[in-house]
Structures are given as structure tokens and as C-alpha cells.
Design a protein around this ligand. Structure first.
Ligand code: ADP
Ligand code: MG
Length: 450
């Protein structure tokens, strides 16, 4: 028995060595063949176990021929290869634990839990809803959480996933950003797989956690696939949690039928935290970094909280800066208001400068919204989508920055300021005639000004 196993392992290792030489991307190779093994070789058939269904599908569509030829070179025979995914094995063999996720690369981050999420009026509803669906699958479906950046959406999603994993280990959780979803989708399309494969592969998920859905906007075929997967999971009582930087109602660029599906569930926003919550978060992060909160004067904490009211992510940067100052000042006994103030005087100026609205910021924002690059937006390309996005960015420079047509023309590399004038007039007209443009401009204005 051991001998057979040894022999199979040796054959498999030699086969993979050969195959590796033929595949130019080591990362792809490693991810698809990680933990794979040769289970048996008999009657002209080689049974190979691979890590996941994705690996199986990808190998089948891309590498099977190569794999077979490598194996047959090593064995000097002619075997047909049959692939089995580990999770298929475990469903027939209950003693083996099921795998947690399909995408090995999309695993949950254990550092984000409900326990270290500080609650206050700004986020308590989202927190409660997240906890609720973590214990009551498909009670609110989908749960849609939206907020500006850095206010804890991703943290809550991972908390749901970690909670489910620890409480109900048999359940399958898949956390994925919509960006990664698109990447996976593209891989499937490139791999020349039948369209249903991706769907097939989501079939066993109990909790689908999709982060930053707004990036799916405008990607029509990916969106269609997502819509099918969404319906399939929804109809079979699986929990879907979605986050976005805006509410479902203003998710432009996504198909209405998908948005109305989102509306069926529960949408909750996370608002800007109040000072008290910020101070609590501040204390928690200080402790998490192994520092004693008691070494901070209350008014020092209070000051930090009032300089960073918007976003927890920048707050974390602030804390890191304080630790840095502390170390470079030979580990002061106390962190007082004076020290914090002095240390931040310069930084705050910089932050204020950075926060100031600029044409660059507008361009970056608008192009991101329309899934364009800044270069595309600033180019001379006149496809209708790019031209319209460009016109909107010009219009915003005019209305939000009060720039002259001439200076806008300069920013957008246009020789003639009348081009800018025409673009602004076009947007003006569109606002009057078209509700969508009106909404988009309103949304951009409020987001950019905040
Ligand atoms: P978003 O996904 O909304 O952009 P994140 O979830 O990535 O925001 O949060 C940014 C950072 O702020 C993370 O490190 C997260 O742990 C932290 N954070 C946000 N809200 C809270 C909170 N209420 N309690 C503790 N940490 C928080
Ligand atoms: Mg996030």
C-alpha cells in the first residue's frame, strides 16, 4: 500500500515538474495544482484529486491536454485523466471536513470581527442587521450596506463571514469583491468554459458576501452572470450580503432588474461616526496596537477625534503617526494635548490641502464612476460614453470650482474653450431633460463637496 502511494506521489511530482516548465505563470500553476495528488492509475485511467471546483474547471479547460501528455511521458503509457475536486469527495465522505471557500485567494480576514467593531448611533443598525443575518440565514435577503469609504462596510462583511465560519463550520462562505468577481469571470470566459460553470461553482455557497458592488456597473455581461447567480442563490435560500459606496437607488449603470432585486431586501447605511464613537474606536485601536490608553490625556484623544471626523481609515493613519512620534520622542510617559497638537499642526495643513477639491479629484472621481481611466477621460476619444463622462467632468469643474472655460480647456488639453462651453451646455440641457443625469450630477456634487 505504502509502496503504491509512494509510486503515485513520485509519478505525480514528476508530472507536475514537467508541466510547470510549460506554464509561464507560476501563480496560476500553484493555485490550480496546489495540494493536488494522483489517487490511482489503472485500466488506462488516472484519477487526479485537485483542491477545488475552480481548479478542476480551469485545468479541464486549459491544461488537460498538457497534463495528460506530461503524465504519459513520465509513465510511458497512455492514460486518460479524470479530475475530482476535493469538495466533491468530501460530500460523499462525511468524515472529511468540507473546504471553507471556493476561491482560495478570497479568504476571510480574521482580524475583522463583530467583537472589535465599535458601535454607535452611526453604525448600530448596520451592525445589528449584520449580526442578525449571520445567525438567521436569508432572513433579510439581500442585506445591502452602503456608506462612504472607510466607515466599516468591509469590516462588517468579514465579521459576518468569520462569525458564520466559527458558529456553523459546515456552511460555505464566499467573500469576494466585485472586482475579483469580474477577474474570475474573465478567467472563465478566457478559459473557454461553458457559461454555466461559474454558476455551477457558486451553487453550494451559503453566504455570498460581495464587496463594493458599484464596480460591477457598466460591465454588462459580468452583470448578467451575477444576476443569474444572485437569483439562483436567492431562490435556494442562500444569504447574500452586498456593500456599495451608494444606496441601491442611485446605483447608476446597473440594470434596473438587478437593482430592484437589491431593493427587495434590507438596505442600511453607515453614517459618519459621532465624536463619542470616534473616541471609542480610537481607544480600541490604541489597545489593539499594544499601547495603554491611560497614557493618553483625555483632551488629547478628544482633539484627535475632532480632527478626523469623517473616516476611520484616516483615523488609523493618525494613530500610527502618534505612535511614530512617541517612538521618535524617546517614548514619552504621557501623550498630552500639547504634544498631539504640535505634532499635527503641520500634518493638518497638508491634510486640508489634500482635501481641497481640484480638477484632478473631479477627473479621478468621474472616470472611476464610469469605469474609465483618467487618461481616457482626458483623451480626444469621442465615443459617446467617454465624451459624456468628459463633459460631466468639465461641467463639475465649472460649477464646483468656478473655473473659467479657458482654464478648463487647459486642464482637458483642449485648444479651444468653446469645446468646453458646448460640453457644459450639453450637460445643462441633459439635466433639464433627463432624470438620470440630474441624479448623477446631484450625487457627484454632494460626494465631491463632502
Ligand atoms: P469601508 O469598507 O466602508 O471602506 P472598512 O471596513 O475597510 O471601510 O474600514 C476601514 C478601517 O476602519 C478598517 O480598518 C476597520 O477595521 C476600521 N473601522 C471602521 N469602522 C469601525 C468600527 N466601527 N469599529 C472599529 N473599526 C472600524
Ligand atoms: Mg470596503
Amino acid at each position: 500500500m505504502t509502496n503504491t502511494l509512494d509510486r503515485l506521489t513520485t509519478i505525480w511530482n514528476l508530472t507536475l515538474e514537467k508541466l510547470k516548465l510549460k506554464i509561464d505563470d507560476a501563480r496560476i500553476f500553484d493555485s490550480w495544482f496546489l495540494n493536488s495528488s494522483l489517487q490511482s492509475l489503472k485500466d488506462g485511467k488516472a484519477v487526479v484529486i485537485v483542491n477545488s471546483k475552480v481548479a478542476k474547471i480551469s485545468i479541464t479547460t486549459t491544461y488537460l491536454g498538457e497534463l495528460r501528455s506530461c503524465l504519459n511521458k513520465v509513465t510511458e503509457s497512455d492514460y486518460e485523466i479524470s479530475l475530482i475536486a476535493k469538495d466533491e469527495l468530501s460530500s460523499s465522505n462525511t468524515s472529511e471536513k468540507k473546504k471553507d471557500t471556493f476561491f482560495d485567494n478570497s479568504s476571510l480576514q480574521s482580524k475583522f470581527t463583530f467583537e472589535n467593531f465599535v458601535t454607535g448611533p452611526s453604525n448600530i443598525e448596520a451592525y445589528n442587521a449584520a449580526r442578525y443575518v449571520a445567525t438567521n440565514q436569508a432572513s433579510y435577503n439581500p442585506l445591502f450596506i452602503y456608506s462612504d469609504s472607510g466607515l466599516g462596510k468591509t469590516h462588517l462583511m468579514h465579521s459576518i463571514g468569520n462569525f458564520v465560519k466559527s458558529k456553523y463550520p459546515e456552511k460555505k462562505v464566499l467573500y469576494i469583491t466585485s472586482d475579483n468577481f469580474i477577474d474570475e469571470f474573465i478567467k472563465f470566459v478566457r478559459g473557454d468554459t461553458e457559461k454555466n460553470s461559474l454558476k455551477e461553482f457558486f451553487k453550494d455557497v451559503d453566504y455570498l458576501l460581495i464587496d463594493d458592488i458599484q464596480f460591477l456597473a457598466g460591465k454588462t455581461s459580468t452583470e448578467k452572470m451575477f444576476f443569474n447567480i444572485f437569483n439562483m442563490l436567492y431562490d435556494s435560500g442562500k444569504q447574500i450580503v452586498i456593500t456599495s459606496d451608494r444606496s441601491p437607488k442611485v446605483l447608476e449603470g446597473l440594470e434596473d432588474r438587478l437593482v430592484s432585486r437589491f431593493d427587495q431586501g434590507l438596505s442600511i447605511s453607515i453614517d459618519k461616526p459621532e465624536k463619542k464613537t470616534i473616541i471609542e474606536i480610537l481607544k480600541m485601536k490604541i489597545m489593539a496596537n499594544g499601547f495603554d490608553v491611560n497614557n493618553f490625556d483625555e483632551d488629547a484623544l478628544d482633539y484627535i477625534a475632532s480632527t478626523n471626523p469623517k473616516n476611520i481609515r484616516t483615523l488609523e493613519g493618525t494613530i500610527n503617526r502618534i505612535f511614530f512620534i512617541n517612538v521618535t520622542s524617546n517614548n514619552l510617559d504621557r501623550i498630552s494635548l500639547d504634544i498631539v497638537k504640535k505634532a499635527f499642526a503641520k500634518d493638518m495643513e497638508q491634510v486640508k490641502k489634500n482635501e481641497k477639491l481640484s480638477p484632478e479629484k473631479i477627473i479621478a472621481y468621474v472616470s472611476r464612476y464610469y469605469n474609465l481611466t483618467d487618461t481616457q477621460l482626458l483623451s480626444n476619444v469621442r465615443t459617446s460614453q467617454i465624451a459624456f463622462a468628459r463633459a460631466i467632468a468639465m461641467y463639475l469643474c465649472r460649477t464646483l470650482l468656478d473655473y473659467s472655460y479657458k482654464s478648463i480647456a487647459k486642464v482637458f488639453n483642449k485648444k479651444d474653450h468653446t469645446t468646453v462651453m458646448a460640453a457644459c451646455e450639453r450637460v445643462d440641457k441633459s439635466i433639464k431633460e433627463d432624470d438620470i443625469t440630474k441624479k448623477v450630477i446631484k450625487q457627484f456634487t454632494s460626494q465631491l463637496k463632502s
